[in-house]
Design a protein around this ligand. Structure first.
Ligand code: HEC
Ligand code: HEC
Length: 271
């Protein structure tokens, strides 16, 4: 049994020790807050984006940091998940990205406002939330599914390696489709095939129609209608030219160049 004095000392000592621990941990937490909240990256664009977020009640449908309404997707990591180009197109015309599904409101934001919203969402994505939202457990497996093996599945020589034109990024094709070993993550779930050997399946005309009016080729398809939203007429042709040029046969006329040809006489006099 403790004497009265021992009990008093035990109580006061214990209280002091744990209050000390509490103080140290509190101070430590407060020191870490600026780092965790990513406060140094609060640029004017991020702040403007936050105002747009509030004024338009995005939270009435979405959650951010897990807070808000559960009608529409969690947006904390949306920039990482979808990429800025995809979000830009999506906000301009949400129905284009998800033909025939539930729709997000079409806001008439200008480009600057859209960039600000994206800056805000990107800032949110960089806040240290101790691992929230958790990676879906199946993500790696799904990405592996989305990784194509076109050279095994198809016959003929492997597609050529050619740098991918910018339009595939700005129109976010590469977010959904894998091309030349890049991208494809966002399309893995909805069955977007790699485009490296698409020349084997369609001629130029049909490729153009796929991008111009996917529903015409395959009613109900999940391929978004990006024509007029992210792709114009000239870019449509650029896309088709590029995809057709991946056909090694299309490059055949230049192939014999590999056979020794008389090399042009080297410049004798360097400048
Ligand atoms: C009326 C409800 C509603 C409001 C308000 C709303 N959204 Fe959405 N949003 C949706 C729905 C539904 C989707 C899912 C689209 C789909 O799957 O077809 C979505 C999807 C998104 C996506 C893509 C998410 C993903 O993972 O694919 C972004 C980004 C987004 N919204 C941003 C915003 C922003 C920014 C605002 C405010 C300016 C906003 N939303 C307001 C309903 C809403
Ligand atoms: C939101 C994801 C998404 C984006 C962005 C997207 N696609 Fe698709 N695309 C798909 C899906 C899914 C299919 C498969 C459609 C089907 O079979 O129903 C598809 C099919 C295609 C096909 C036919 C492929 C085949 O082998 O049948 C072509 C060509 C194509 N897309 C080109 C493009 C181009 C070019 C862009 C950019 C301008 C683009 N896609 C952007 C999802 C996407």
């Amino acid at each position: 049994m403790l004497t009265k004095l021992q009990a008093k000392v035990f109580f006061l000592g214990g209280t002091a020790v744990f209050f000390g621990i509490f103080l140290v941990l509190s101070i430590d937490t407060h020191l870490k807050v600026p780092d965790q909240t990513n406060a140094k990256n609060l640029t004017p664009a991020v702040i403007a984006g936050k105002h747009i977020w509030e004024q338009n009640n995005c939270m009435g449908c979405h959650t951010l940091f897990g807070e808000g309404a559960y009608y529409a997707p969690e947006l904390t990591k949306v920039v990482e998940r979808r990429g800025k180009d995809w979000i830009k197109i999506f906000i301009k015309n949400p129905a284009a990205m998800f033909p025939g599904q539930r729709k997000m409101v079409k806001y008439d934001f200008n480009d600057e406002q859209i960039d600000q919203v994206i800056a805000f969402l990107e800032w949110c994505g960089n806040v240290d939330l101790n691992g929230f939202p958790a990676d879906p457990p199946l993500r790696d497996a799904l990405q592996a599914m989305g990784t194509p093996t076109p050279t095994i599945a198809s016959s003929g020589p492997a597609p050529l390696k050619k740098p991918v034109p910018a339009i595939f990024t700005t129109a976010s094709c590469i977010g959904c489709h894998q091309i030349q070993g890049q991208g494809g993550a966002a399309g893995a779930l909805i069955g977007a095939p790699p485009l490296d050997d698409v020349f084997r399946r369609y001629d130029r005309e049909k490729l153009i129609t796929w991008v111009k009016d996917p529903q015409k080729i395959k009613p109900g398809t999940k391929m978004p209608s990006l024509y007029g939203v992210a792709v114009n007429e000239a870019q449509l042709n650029e896309i088709a030219d590029y995809l057709m040029s991946l056909n090694p046969a299309a490059a055949a006329p230049t192939a014999p160049a590999a056979v020794p040809t008389p090399a042009p006489a080297p410049a004798v006099q360097p400048k």
